[in-house]
Ligand binder design. Structure first.
Ligand code: SF4
Length: 251
């Protein structure tokens, strides 16, 4: 895994909001089912699952992206010596339709059993996430690419967890963020499309930043963006864990 230093913090190069990844569950019930997921045809996680087909616990095609549990991964966080901020189940949408409740509960229990670390969940289905109880060391985020996705922000606000974050990566439309959209959100991450690289117009990004600033929401502008000046804000608890303080020792 490649790392970069952002604002003095060593983080994953691809996911600048974490410093490790773990996939105890892979797959997604949204795959191939528009309109649940508007970008399923270019789903990065599905492509990776296809590369691993029939190996490392991934089913063979056509089931390679079927919700799948990987028992051996649940014990891994116990062996992390340093506190970690973990991008959890990025090779899945853990809250997608078709994902068994049992799998979701197992992953949440893993977070509860490992209070030294922070577990980050990113989903396009925050409404389903709101039906589960998360511990304080779990953050839940949602992806917003288009105007229609803005409803996910309001669904995310119903999730009770340690923190809520929005990933605006990539921004496909002018979202016209305004009003109270980002109230009660704890972190905003903004990034550009990669492969091929497409940077959003500056005013689209400015709108999001203005909306975040209105509620003092920290903003992380990822290194893949051409926006200047960058903002490298990390929420205090995330920063402290990335710097090496166990989450359960933060008062
Ligand atoms: S993992 Fe995400 S991008 Fe891929 S099909 Fe599921 S919801 Fe869509």
């Amino acid at each position: 895994m490649a790392y970069i230093i952002v604002n003095g913090l060593k983080v994953r190069k691809d996911v600048e909001w974490s410093n490790i990844g773990l996939n105890p569950v892979t797959g997604c019930g949204h795959w191939g089912k528009t309109p649940y997921c508007d970008i399923w045809k270019v789903c990065w996680a599905e492509k990776r699952a296809k590369m691993n087909k029939g190996r490392f616990g991934y089913p063979k095609p056509p089931d390679h992206f079927k919700p799948t549990i990987h028992e051996d991964k649940f014990k891994v966080p116990k062996h992390w010596k340093k506190p970690r901020v973990c991008a959890t189940c990025l090779m899945a949408d853990l809250f997608s339709c078709g994902m068994p409740d049992e799998y979701i509960k197992r992953v949440i229990q893993m977070a509860k059993d490992n209070p030294r670390h922070i577990f980050m969940f990113l989903t396009k289905a925050p409404a389903r996430a709101s039906r589960f109880t998360f511990p304080d060391n779990a953050w839940v985020g949602t992806t917003v690419n288009t105007v229609i996705d803005i409803s996910r922000i309001y669904q995310l606000k119903n999730v009770t967890c340690g923190g809520r974050f929005i990933s605006f990566e990539p921004i496909k439309q002018h979202l016209h963020m305004s009003g109270e959209s980002l109230q009660d959100i704890q972190w905003v991450v903004i990034g550009s499309q990669t492969r091929p690289t497409v940077h959003p117009p500056r005013e689209w990004v400015d709108d999001i930043i203005d909306s975040a600033d209105k509620f003092q929401v920290p903003v992380l502008i990822k290194s893949n963006s051409n926006y200047e000046p960058k903002r490298f804000d990390y929420p205090l608890t995330i920063r402290m864990v990335l710097e090496g303080t166990p989450f359960n020792e933060i008062s």
